[in-house]
Write a protein that binds this ligand. Sequence first.
Ligand SMILES: [Ca+2]
Ligand SMILES: [Ca+2]
Length: 210
Amino acid sequence: MKRLIAASLLAAPLFAFATPVNLVNNGSFESTVVGNGSYTIVNSVVGWTVGPHGLELRNNIAGSAFNGSNFAELDTTTNSWISQTLNTVAGASYTLSFAYTNRPDNQGAVSNGLSWQIGDLSGKVGNDTVTSWQTFSTTFTGTGSPMTLRFGSTGRSDSYGTSLDNVVVSTLSAGGNASAVPEPHSLALMLAGLGAMGFVARRRKGGGRA
Ligand SMILES: [Ca+2]
Ligand SMILES: [Ca+2]
């Protein structure tokens, strides 16, 4: 039992580090059921405040998702927006990332574009004719007050806009230089490390016979 407790104590910090933390609720837009090959325009969705012109959710139509089945577009029939309020810790570092692409049937750079905003930081992506998923990432510092995360369609308002998926806001580790969401590769290394610890423990228990 003592050995088990000791092993648990050793493993606990690794698993605490490995716990994925995404502050964004429904960042991959999977909470709404959208039939394969179809789309829907909704006025409410889990996690997000939806602007008066709605949110378009698509599943394998005019492109396919970056993550999961669904992805979003904010030029529904008219340019629209979504927002979500995040609770942050004052002075803590965070990473905002999301995937964006233009539709295969896009109407040119003048029609495309997606604005993003987190607190006082903002920018624009997708004001081009690229039709493969790109990942945007930036870091920001928590204010300790609720912070607004917002996306809006910025191109010509014509029902063809830049798509959005996989919105993630993650905290940085205590060291400040690694994401709290581990890559599958690093998770595999951690698990391999735990396995090696178990192997060493077994060898010790065996009294060096092997
Ligand atoms: Ca998705
Ligand atoms: Ca447009």
